[in-house]
Design a protein around this ligand. Structure first.
Ligand code: NAP
Length: 336
């Protein structure tokens, strides 16, 4: 079968490799759609630890083609979405019910072969059934959506709240929709590209600001009459961390979601955070949220087609992952 393999840092190559088999406890999934994620670009550049060599692709769905021994939940033929994050179940993080903090976390498409291939073998516990008639492209959104749902759980948005979201990539645009569904009355997206601000306004944002043309902190404070109840940082850059913390109202919540490169220090004003009791809540990965993401995608509540800007085959992955995102790009989907 064909698979796109990270063979060394900066070397992603399509190879013909042996088709995997479903071993005991596993499913063999014929990949129908896979999303390219910003983390794939980080892995390609060596900025995020991976196994090498490895078939990349951690956001995917497909059809169960083979069922291994000791699997009773599947018979074959089901459309499934795969939660890539595999926790050990016994370390202190897992014992506290926080599998995203597992000491031995492994991930499909990161530390074991993933979905940028015709087939992937996955532990059956990681698979969640989707409706057979669902567009697989929508199924590929379950993984990023599951992470966003964890962040929205942490945000505890109340009906009528004002929510500011920084960064209008696929994550920010999913958060816009989730914040609206959670009952926010004002949803403000801060992002530089005009095309993304327009998409956000179509998807339910009430306001969209360009941080390079006006002061986004002043704009958010004006719209929310004193500061956002909830701020969700989805860009992972120093500037949005700093401005986002200043957008929260006194007693407001700041959800840290964007991945800032390891080792980067960001100066903040602890005195202001203290006297305003800004509640900083990091949200990492998808603890117990993948099945809810699958249910949400199945319910067709979200507008996902507007987020797909390109569909490619396996042979084009290396070019896309090896280059910076194009202007206007939101989500690139691979259909092997
Ligand atoms: P993305 O496509 O890179 O989107 C982030 C966007 O932020 C950029 O495209 C950019 O859009 C915007 N941005 C950059 N600098 C900005 C600035 N100064 N002010 C306002 N906006 C700015 O990434 P994504 O896939 O949507 O993911 C968003 C973040 O979430 C990433 O850091 C990703 O690694 C992280 N993430 C975290 C988790 C988790 O579990 N915590 C899970 C998945 C992803 P413009 O060019 O329009 O400004």
């Amino acid at each position: 079968m064909k698979a796109v393999r990270l063979e060394s840092i900066g070397s992603l190559v399509m190879r013909s490799i042996e088709k995997p088999v479903a071993r005991s406890g596993e499913l063999l999934v014929r990949v129908a759609a896979a999303g390219i994620c910003g983390s794939d670009r980080h892995m390609f550049k060596g900025e995020y630890p991976t196994a090498i060599p490895v078939t990349m692709g951690h956001e995917f769905c497909g059809i169960v083609e083979e069922v291994g021994e000791n699997v009773t939940r599947f018979t074959g033929g089901e459309l499934v979405t795969v939660d890539p994050n595999i926790s050990c179940g016994i370390c202190p993080g897992c014992a506290q019910g926080r599998p995203n903090l597992c000491e031995s976390l492994t991930a499909i498409g990161v530390t074991r072969d993933g979905g940028f291939a015709e087939y992937a073998a996955v532990p059956h516990q990681q698979a969640f059934i989707l409706p057979a008639d669902l567009d697989p492209v929508h199924g590929a959104f379950c993984e990023p959506l599951a992470c966003c749902i964890h962040a929205i759980d942490k945000a505890q948005i109340r009906p009528g709240d004002g929510v500011a979201i920084l960064g209008g990539g696929v994550i920010g645009l999913l958060m816009v929709q989730l914040a609206r569904l959670a009952g926010a009355s004002r949803v403000i997206l801060i992002t530089r590209q005009q095309s993304r601000r327009q998409v956000a306004l179509r998807l339910g944002a009430t306001h969209a600001f360009d941080p390079s043309s006006s002061d986004p902190v002043a704009s958010v404070r004006e719209v929310t009459k004193g500061g956002a109840d909830v701020v969700i940082e989805c860009a992972g850059v120093a500037e949005t961390l700093q401005s986002g913390l200043r957008m929260a109202r006194r007693g407001g919540t700041f959800v840290l979601f964007g991945v800032t490169p390891a080792g980067v220090e960001v100066p903040v004003l602890p005195f202001d955070l203290l006297v305003n009791e800004v509640d900083i809540r990091p949200a990492y990965l998808n603890p117990f949220t993948h099945s809810r993401a699958a249910a949400m995608v199945a319910s067709k509540t979200l507008e996902l087609d507007a987020l797909v800007t390109k569909t490619i085959g396996l042979e084009q992955i290396a070019d896309v992952v090896g280059s910076a995102p194009l202007s206007g790009e939101i989500k690139v989907i691979v259909q092997p």
